[in-house]
Design a protein around this ligand. Structure first.
Ligand SMILES: *Cc1c(COP(=O)(O)O)cnc(C)c1O
Length: 416
């Protein structure tokens, strides 16, 4: 897109990021500790310590430190028994890393539409999916933008149909549902320490389980599946998926700041909510009776009646400005031109060219090729509707109150 960066009229002295790493100093201490003791590989105290601390914090017996959230999902899928040709019900409104490991195992993702109360997997659509495919045994469930979904309802349906759940808590580390940490609700859970997540190792992830057998298998597979022998002996295919002790040092330094980051992100969400209270928009919703999100990203969705005309092709978008109306494209282009980073809502998986042949199930059944599969206000499915009308706001926890006030002002002006 041809909008300007580093505009000389920008009110910001520096770029305002969507969500960037926030370091505190202790990270360097533990990295230096690894360096000075020469534990620069995939074993060492930092790994042991972060596995212990994260398992305790989340409330699972075992946390296995791996190279990324994606590799954690991949091993979770192998452990739980997802095999070639197997159908897997999967969150539709999520980042593609939730889905890719299903494909690595040559299994078949079937996308389940989204509900409007938390922007996560719709239990009604999931029940519909089991009506169509009663034989399905696996569900991959993400908590979008740090907001727990309708977990009890989903678990009930899974239990009724004897299906197992992998919980992708990559974006929701530290969020709780009925006082329990996300990542604990599936048969296996995962979190991510990617650079833009709530705390980071620069990269890294963890597999969460209460099964010692699963934890041991994940450790073995992630270090090339070496058997207990004097030489390299292999009975299974291995992976190079173990976390580095250097990365673990960064994470070890970040863990004490998780709660601080969540408090900052929450304050950002509340300030946006307050700043937009008289505009025709809503913030990304959550169930405030049962859940406490980690507020990783603040998002907003524009009321139908305040949307100007916006057209998106596969790779580009344009809009026609109307008085008192706006759209995500206008807001994002305006923010970008003033050196602030917002982002469209994650484009739903069923809209992605790579998954165009995969099934997509809404409340009304198979949503492929139907113009009004579920009417979410404008004749599209819920995920597509959120994608069309929603956007992610700059949510960096280093953004000052003054900077955020300017963001709010800029967005308000889009509604003039
Ligand atoms: C970031 C993310 C992942 C992948 O984590 P990586 O550590 O980047 O591999 C998986 N699922 C979701 C929903 C994510 O946001």
């Amino acid at each position: 897109m041809a909008f300007m960066q580093n505009n000389k009229f920008s009110p910001f002295k520096r770029k305002i990021w969507l969500s960037s790493p926030t370091m505190h100093g202790e990270e360097l201490y533990w990295v230096t500790d690894a360096y000075s003791k020469n534990w620069m590989s995939t074993i060492g105290e930092n790994i042991n310590e972060v596995e212990r601390e994260i398992a305790r914090k989340i409330g699972v017996k075992y946390a296995v430190a791996l190279s990324s959230g994606t590799s954690s999902l991949h091993l979770a899928m192998k452990l739980i028994g997802i095999r070639r040709g197997e159908k897997v019900f999967c969150s539709d409104l999520t980042f593609s890393a939730t889905v890719n490991p299903i494909i690595y195992e040559n299994a078949i993702p079937i996308f389940i539409d989204t509900e409007i109360d938390t922007w996560n997997m719709d239990p009604v659509a999931l029940e519909k999916a089991f009506e169509i495919h009663p034989e399905v045994k696996f569900i991959v469930l993400a908590n979008l933008y740090g907001v727990p979904g309708k977990i009890d309802e989903i678990k009930k349906i899974a239990d009724k149909h004897g299906a197992k759940i992998i919980e992708d808590a990559a974006e929701s580390f530290g969020a709780t549902y009925k006082q329990k940490q996300t990542g604990t609700f599936g048969d296996i859970g995962i979190i991510s320490f990617n650079g833009n997540k709530i705390i980071t190792g620069s990269s890294g992830g963890m597999l969460l389980t209460n099964s010692l057998e699963q934890a041991n298998k994940a450790r073995k597979w992630s270090t090339q599946s070496r058997e207990d022998a004097a030489w390299y002996q292999h009975e299974e295919i291995g992976f190079n998926y173990r976390m580095s002790n250097v990365i673990a040092g960064v994470i070890r330094g970040q863990i004490p700041y998780l709660d601080e980051h969540i408090a900052q992100k929450r304050a950002i969400y509340e300030r946006y909510k307050d700043g937009f209270k008289d505009l025709p928009v809503k913030m990304n919703p959550y169930d405030n009776k049962n859940s406490v999100p980690n507020f990783w990203l603040s998002c907003l969705i524009i009321d139908e009646k305040a949307m100007c005309k916006q057209v998106r092709s596969e790779n580009d978008s344009c809009y026609i400005k109307e008085s008192k109306k706006t759209c995500p494209t206008e807001i994002l282009e305006t923010l970008a031109s003033l050196n602030a980073e917002g982002r469209p809502i994650w484009k739903p998986m069923h809209m992605q060219p790579i998954f165009r042949m995969n099934e997509f199930i809404t409340r009304e059944g198979n949503g492929r090729g139907r113009t009004n599969a579920y009417i979410a206000g404008n004749g599209v499915d819920v995920g597509m509707d959120i994608f069309n009308r929603g956007l992610c706001l700059p949510s960096d926890n280093k953004m000052s109150v003054e900077e955020q006030d300017k963001i709010i002002e800029i967005i308000r002006a889009c509604f003039d």
